[in-house]
Design a protein around this ligand. Sequence first.
Ligand code: AMP
Ligand code: TRP
Length: 334
Amino acid sequence: MEEKKVIFSGTQPSGDLTLGNYLGALKNWVLLQDEYECYYCIVDLHAITLPQEPKDLRRRTLEVLALYLAAGLDPEKVTIFIQSHVSAHSQLSWVLNCMAYMGELNRMTQFKEKSKKNAGNVNAGLFTYPVLMVADILLYQTDLVPVGQDQKQHLELSRDMAERFNNRYSPTFKIPEPFIPKVGAKIMSLQDPLSKMSKSDKNENGYILLKDDPDTIRRKIKRAVTDSFNKVRFSDEQLGIKNLITIYSKLSGEEIDVIEKRYENKGYGEFKKDLSEVVVEGLRPVREKFEDLMRNKDYLEKIYSMGAKKAEKKAFKTLNKVYKKTGFIPRSYR
Ligand code: AMP
Ligand code: TRP
């Protein structure tokens, strides 16, 4: 039997998940679960590169897990786990840190953006964040990494570093490929269509959270920034509307030109009203399942314990190879 290709991806539990996370990442992960061997991680080690309140970090870690399940990931098919439970991630990350160049990390746009935003707390972890992400990916001999557009540069680093290690020692890591959706890879802020929808946005009208109630969703869409053309067109001259059409299309499954046609002679008011219902109905089952799951902490614990066990097996196989090639003496010859 041909072996299934491996998929790895992760989300930081550093805030509430947005519609951007769902459409750019989660929704696609669900589509891949039958065909691939999938590892979906909650990357709590990454989250602490920015200050976190311990009790919020704990709660959000469980919330991300519950959202993975609510979005449709089946724990029988995929491995869902918490990054800090598998110590191989930190261990490989150290070895790779010793092979990463300051120059290449300095070029990472996410680092530049985040350090600008948090000028008072630019810690070394924020700088080496991408290397930990490289470790996440390479530990599982990953073929494909489904992410939003913003992660493309980190994926390139993963490829470079895998090749660097393989060349310096001998073939050890698979070279991973990014897997970025054609539509919806970058859902933009509802208040500023030039920046991505982000859970860390100061203006809460910029994002829709997966756990927002219907009235909040309707209010945020009503306030979404548009333009004065008053034409529902998918065009770079109308970035606000383009973003709203993208959301409509991703959630309803309808093609963009079908949507444009339907609203050809209609104004933004009607379009936004319908879009609100598409979003409310699209997210309703996710939100309801999420609320159910959050009431069942025992079940969540079962899932992440089982996930860590499965992940660990694969991760340590790779880590052991790396340690050996690096020249570390194995602790025992069992
Ligand atoms: P993060 O929340 O930054 O850990 O991101 C988790 C996943 O969601 C990554 O694959 C991101 O690329 C994706 N993602 C986050 N925000 C957006 C967005 N606004 N549009 C599309 N994908 C996104
Ligand atoms: N850096 C990613 C983000 O912010 C999260 C992440 C960490 C990740 N490790 C990963 C994504 C490995 C894909 C694969 O979105």
